[in-house]
Design a protein around this ligand. Structure first.
Ligand SMILES: [Zn+2]
Length: 209
């Protein structure tokens, strides 16, 4: 298995290829590779990203079959089924790296901010469960001057939501906590820019990387 720091570097290099339009994706999705993977998988990173159609995870990291164990949910929230999916991959495949991947202009984060500023009863129970997960990490921002600056507010809220999700994974699961302490499982937060295509690893990255 590729160590966490090396995996992180691989993601950064893949994203750099994506940004500069030099992709290796075709090679990675060949029939040979698909056939090899029928026997088992060893994904080097677990990515919890947003369902937003503009952030296809394998594409923005220029990775292919068998490389990434991907969980996608609106607002990259961490609820019990997401924790379970991360635990499954980390324990079963010994994948040592987990990335929470938020993105600029996230609709789920914006919807949460709108709901906080002007509460409505229009959300379904299912949608409310997403807004309620994001709410605690962004509420405090509305007590600052940012509330007068909608664009910066969403920017900061996206970051706060990424940090909260990463912390939830670090401290919200006994299984993951043990893997972090004993096996060096690394949980980092990152943000994808819709504007530039760049992924900024902004939370929990070890100094030497
Ligand atoms: Zn989103």
């Amino acid at each position: 298995m590729i160590p966490a720091r090396e995996g992180l570097q691989r993601l950064q290099e893949g994203n750099a290829r994506f940004v500069s339009d030099v992709r290796s994706r075709n090679a990675l999705t060949s029939r040979i590779q698909r056939n090899e993977l029928t026997a088992g998988q060893e994904p080097f990173a677990i990515i919890l990203g947003c369902s937003d159609s503009r952030v296809p995870v394998e594409t923005v990291f220029d990775q292919g079959f068998g490389d990434l164990f991907v969980i996608r949910v609106a607002g990259n929230i961490v609820a019990s089924s997401q924790i379970g999916s991360v635990e499954f991959a980390a324990a079963r495949f010994r994948t040592p790296l987990v990335v929470i991947l938020g993105h600029s202009r996230c609709g789920a984060v914006s919807a949460t901010l709108e709901e906080l500023m002007q509460p409505t009863d229009s959300h379904s129970q299912g949608m409310r469960s997403i807004v309620d997960r994001i709410r605690p990490s962004v509420t405090e921002l509305l007590t600052t001057e940012l509330r007068h600056d909608p664009e910066s507010l969403v920017e900061q809220a996206v970051r706060a939501n990424v940090r909260a999700s990463a912390n939830h994974l670090r401290y919200g699961s006994a299984v993951l906590e043990q893997l972090i302490q004993k096996d060096g499982l690394l949980v980092v937060g990152a943000e994808y820019s819709l504007e530039t295509g760049v992924v900024d690893f902004c939370d929990g990255v070890p100094d030497a990387v």
